[in-house]
Design a protein around this ligand. Sequence first.
Ligand code: GSH
Length: 219
Amino acid sequence: MIRLHHVPFSRSFRILWLLTEMGLDFEVVEHSITDGSLRRPDFLAKSPAGRVPALEIDRRILFESGAITEYLCETRARHGFGRAPGHAERADWLEWLHYAETMAQPIANLNLQWVFLRDASMRSPTLLKMEARRLALTLAPLEARLARHDHVLPSGFSGADTMLGYNLLAVPYFVRLEPFPAIRAYVERIARRPAHIAARARDGAQGFYRQEFYEVADG
Ligand SMILES: N[C@@H](CCC(=O)N[C@@H](CS)C(=O)NCC(=O)O)C(=O)O
């Protein structure tokens, strides 16, 4: 049995969605990001930095969403979500699949500051502004690409979309998407996919964000 270690609305959604797109049977083990359980020895044995996703599959455990995505797309190639070595889109597939983490880095920093710090006085207005700008910067190349194609790759939906598509659930809490019409259309397009709808239902309600938008005061 494939077993996904998951925190709702976190990067492990990338894998929950991809497994659902593939129509595979899998079990979800839900964890909390705040109760300290990700730092317990039994979980660290699965994911050494205490992070999700971790995936139990093929008699081993894999961590790192990018690596898991590559592994699933390559070992379950019949689903067509990978681009094998030699494929014309191989380099682009790898580049965009991993670009998701360049975009996720400022999201993680903004989450840390806005959501996870115990006390608002601990936040740094300088960091909040810097990270929101850095996040907006990562959107511009994606906007340019999606203005030309319906998905990240011209040939269609792939593991690069499950990696990047997850980020776009969190981005609108920190960056207004009005200047990014192609990204907005893409978000609507992928949200209509039956597997996305099913994966969101299995993911459950997000419990991180308590407001619709986190505005950084000018100054
Ligand atoms: N590069 C890793 C990052 C994983 C990661 O940081 N996941 C977050 C959730 S989005 C986490 O588990 N955080 C727990 C913590 O930092 O304690 C990946 O893509 O899998």
